[in-house]
Design a protein around this ligand. Structure first.
Ligand SMILES: [Zn+2]
Length: 219
């Protein structure tokens, strides 16, 4: 379970066509075309990057945690992992990874889960679900695809450490990532990326300190 495959990329950030910062706690939406390479950099370390992928031409096809886990018999994502859609197609393949493990089970933080897990007064705190809903309601790409609240499936948590215990329970623990670690994937179809750069302050998924991430795309 702890087997990690660390694979570095040969791509040079200087030749990327997109090279953007997503501030701590903010959403980010972008299209990545088939054949392009997409990299997420954990700029300051221990950040949780809640991520969803949709078919950019037909949003009813989207990343499926169930298909991704079952078809590969693996709970964690790393180099060589394929990200499957709910239609059974490979959406992206992870081609480089210097962190070594990414979560498929923890889901996104929300007002409701913050209230249940921590305290009633956590209800108004900013959450990943807020970010996703905000992007779905206001981002032109999401609008173009006719997306809404019902289009939110279970997400990937890049860089987040959610070990499964012997008893089958999930734990949110301190990350195994560090400043500058990255994960890189090749798009196998045109995809729309929807990210919430997690604003969580109540658990160690981002070291109680949300930080910026860098996002790069190469042709
Ligand atoms: Zn979150």
């Amino acid at each position: 379970m702890n087997m990690q495959t660390l694979t570095e990329s040969r791509l040079d950030p200087a030749s990327a066509v997109v090279n953007e910062i997503c501030a701590a706690g903010e959403p980010w939406v972008k299209k990545v075309n088939k054949g392009q390479t997409f990299r997420i950099v954990d700029a300051e370390g221990n950040q949780a990057v809640d991520t969803l992928f949709f078919n950019a031409n037909h949003a009813l096809e989207r990343y499926s945690a169930t298909d991704t886990i079952c078809r590969q018999n693996r709970l964690y994502l790393t180099s060589g992992s394929k990200l499957y859609s709910n239609f059974g197609n490979v959406m992206l393949t992870i081609v480089a990874d210097t962190c070594g493990r990414h979560d498929t089970l923890g889901g996104a933080c929300a007002a409701e889960s913050n209230t249940v897990r921590y305290a009633l007064e956590k209800y108004p705190m900013h959450s990943c679900r807020d970010n996703f809903l905000h992007a779905l309601a206001h981002d032109p790409l999401c609008e173009q695809l006719g997306m809404g609240k019902r289009d939110l499936p279970s997400n990937i948590n890049f860089f987040m450490n959610v070990p499964v215990t012997e008893q089958g329970e999930l734990e949110f623990v301190d990350g195994i990532s560090a400043p500058g670690k990255y994960v890189e994937m090749r798009a196998e179809m045109d995809v729309m990326v929807l990210i919430s750069n997690c604003p969580q302050l109540n658990n160690p998924c981002n070291a109680y300190n949300p930080t910026p991430i860098r996002l790069l795309i190469w042709y």
